[in-house]
Design a protein around this ligand. Structure first.
Ligand SMILES: [Zn+2]
Ligand SMILES: [Zn+2]
Length: 381
């Protein structure tokens, strides 16, 4: 595919973002473009997922190259002509670019396949809070498309265009979402002693929970606890009976996550006892730590140097991110590596004025193609 076609496709996908597991238009376009490149893609895994495969002349190992497909529930505030046509939906994480780069690589590898073995191109729905990677695995991704190694790529604002970065070991945090339900007793604002005010207990929970990180977690470790929603009350003169807090905990270390969960549960029990209210803490949506394996990171670095090494910079020691990636679910099943591709000076991921930089499309394609050849060369065992 020509670059001009890929850019037009990227902008079309950007203008028509779809949220997790609703990527119907997107999925149809991905499958159609793959068919135009000569593939017979499989549809419907994890509802909107698409997988296509190409094999070399000789039998050999198989690898998965994965791109995510979904957008975020954000209203776009950019100024470019391909702005989202849908209020409250936006490709603010660059998954539009991820799809186009993998489609470009699939087109190129259809023309010039690796020596041996098989490349599975996996277009995955529901990355943003939907754990779409896990859904695809649960629905039999690795049974239907067996692969010994898995690879992912994410664009990275702040990393210069023409640069790539990765690291061996933990590269993105694991985490849980949580909901804290506080139930006390409502009362007149002037008679707090006749009720059990859920709002002030909620405020205490917000403050005390911060101490789990600053006083209980190892300062040399990596722990984040963020309470992002606090809902209570609806009148100036009524103390609320209930309060709801929601947020997330993140760490590079599974034991630190467990310690935060235990600490929050104990805090809830303590505040409930102290203030005679009921507090229930529920944890959901676990994401694993995304851990790159050494051999596959070495292969990725080799491909990164081929893709951007001459003019750009390749870092083998990037600072890990406290954000989470559901590609970690795939890396729990198979060795592999997630790498970052510089998106330059764009706004941060998930910001309403973010946009994917189309000039990095050739870098991403070059990386995927070089990686496929590096993994499936004849003289490799
Ligand atoms: Zn994202
Ligand atoms: Zn993303």
């Amino acid at each position: 595919m020509e670059l001009v076609e890929l850019v037009a496709l990227r902008r079309d996908l950007h203008a028509h973002p779809e949220l997790r597991f609703e990527e119907f238009r997107t999925s149809e376009i991905v499958a159609t473009v793959l068919e135009a490149s000569g593939y017979s893609p499989s549809r419907g895994l994890a509802r909107t997922g698409v997988v296509a495969s190409v094999s070399g002349r000789e039998p050999g190992p198989a690898i998965i190259l994965r791109a995510d497909m979904d957008a975020l529930p954000i209203t776009e505030k950019g100024i470019h002509p391909h702005l989202s046509r849908h209020s409250g939906r936006m490709h603010a994480c660059g998954h539009d670019g991820h799809m186009v780069m993998l489609l470009g690589a699939a087109a190129e590898l259809a023309r010039n396949p690796p020596d041996r073995g098989t490349v599975h191109f996996v277009f995955q729905p529901g990355e943003e809070g939907g754990a779409g990677a896990k859904v695809m695995l649960d629905e039999g991704l690795l049974e239907r498309f067996p692969a010994g190694q898995v690879f992912g790529m994410h664009n990275w604002p702040g990393l210069p265009v023409g640069s790539m970065a990765t690291r061996t070991g933990a590269i993105m945090a694991g985490g849980w979402r949580f909901v804290v339900d506080i139930r006390g007793g409502g009362s007149h604002a002037a008679q707090p002693h006749l009720g059990r005010d859920a709002l002030t207990v909620g405020a205490a929970f917000v403050q005390e929970a911060q101490l789990l990180v600053s006083r209980r977690a190892d300062p040399l470790g990596t722990s984040v606890l963020s309470i992002c929603v606090f809902q209570a009350g609806n009148a100036d003169n009524i103390l609320p009976e209930t309060a709801v807090l929601r947020g997330t905990i993140r760490s590079m270390d599974v034991a630190a996550l467990e310690a935060l969960k235990t600490g929050m549960t104990r805090l809830a029990a303590g505040l409930a006892l102290a203030h005679d209210v009921d507090i229930v803490v529920r944890f959901h949506q676990p994401y694993p730590v995304t851990v790159n394996t050494a051999d596959e990171t070495a292969l990725a670095l080799e491909a990164m140097k081929q893709a951007v090494g001459i003019h750009g910079a390749v870092s083998a020691d990037m600072t890990p991110s406290m954000a989470s990636e559901d590609f970690g679910f795939m890396l729990e099943q198979r060795p592999g590596a997630l790498v970052m591709l510089g998106n330059g000076a764009s706004a941060p991921l998930h910001a309403p004025d973010y946009d994917f930089d189309d000039t990095i499309i050739p870098h991403g394609i070059a990386y995927w193609v070089a990686l496929a050849h590096a993994c499936l060369r004849l003289h490799r065992d």
